[in-house]
Ligand binder design. Sequence first.
Ligand SMILES: Nc1nc2c(ncn2[C@@H]2O[C@H](COP(=O)(O)OP(=O)(O)OP(=O)(O)O)[C@@H](O)[C@H]2O)c(=O)[nH]1
Ligand SMILES: [Mg+2]
Length: 389
Amino acid sequence: MENDYLDPFAAAERIMDQIERKREGLKTINLMILGKTGVGKSTLINTLFGENRVKTGLGRPVTTDIVRIPGDHLTVYDTPGLELGGDNSMSKLLSQVVDVINRQVEEGTIDDAIHCILYCVSTPSHRFEDNEADFIKNLQAKIITHNIPIFIVLTQSFNKNDSAALKAYIESLRLKIKAIVPVLATAYYVDEDYTAKPRGVTELAQLISDAIPESVRETFAAIQRVNMELKKKRARAIVGTAAAGAAAIGAVPIPFSDAALLIPEQIGMMAGITAVFGVPVDKAAFAAILSATIGTGGMTLLGKTIVTNLLKLIPGVGSIAGGAISGATAAALTSALGEAYIVIMIMIAKGEVSPEFIKTEEGIKTMAKIFAEKMKLARNSDGTPKVEE
Ligand SMILES: Nc1nc2c(ncn2[C@@H]2O[C@H](COP(=O)(O)OP(=O)(O)OP(=O)(O)O)[C@@H](O)[C@H]2O)c(=O)[nH]1
Ligand SMILES: [Mg+2]
């Protein structure tokens, strides 16, 4: 066993490497966003995936109207400034969209295909025109074999009555689309007494996640910024896998001095969780976390105290020196670490604290406290540690 697992900085280095590998392993999502000029397409994309994803004026035109905007694990096919006036412009757009979609499918695998289409209609416009309905019907007929989910997004829905009325109208047309989703992507100032809060984006993200192929769902969970539950679910699955791996290692009870055997499993887990949350965490932060929780070598005094206290929670173990780690304990330690890390990741992803928080004394204390709480929770009523499924 290489001893450098016990050096928090070496362990942190390994986490950084693995995050890089995980990110490289993520597939790219191809999203097409359609709708008349000014309805709020760019605003929606930037809300879903982060500020400045779509910079106007950039990107490579793939047809006269469709622009391909490559980005970090997301390629957007946008139609900026598209004046969809008469039937003529609609039928031109249709043939361009179909061309792009077919070309994507012909050029490669499912990974290269367009995974989802968002057709945006502005709620304040109060209108969804007949030629827009025809466009969607014709598009579906032409790409039916590709099975690409289409959503109609009612943008700028700061007025619920208006969006409900528009939604009811579009529903009455019985288009075969996945859903009609009213959304207000960014806060909307109505007057000095009232600013409408953003809404609908979390739901939209869930619907998109459900509709896209499983092969790009992990990417979507990682790159979207609006639905924490999607991230949490993915992160929890990673914790479950790591805990099971740790349980297998501890199936032959290992002495505490050999706790480093668990660390590769825990490193993989933390790298995976970090990739899912897509927050920038650096080496020093990981070193701090590892010191404060599972207590790799060179622990801070705080870390030592917590680990020592923690071990008292585990039946039959009084100190670091004595006892052995059983499979159940190994799993409980690993899942407590993962769960505590998820809590911190959510705080950072929501912008409640900065990524630097982890390195502060308060951050370390918070992480260690949650870790200890999760350890307590991860016990059965008879006091034995609980293995999470
Ligand atoms: N407050 C608020 N304003 C919005 C929202 N969506 C769009 N807007 C505003 O509407 C205007 C047009 O939005 P864009 O996102 O640029 O529209 P677009 O569909 O990308 O327009 P083109 O690229 O020209 O086709 C901008 O001034 C936005 O700030 C929203 O959810 N909330
Ligand atoms: Mg735009």
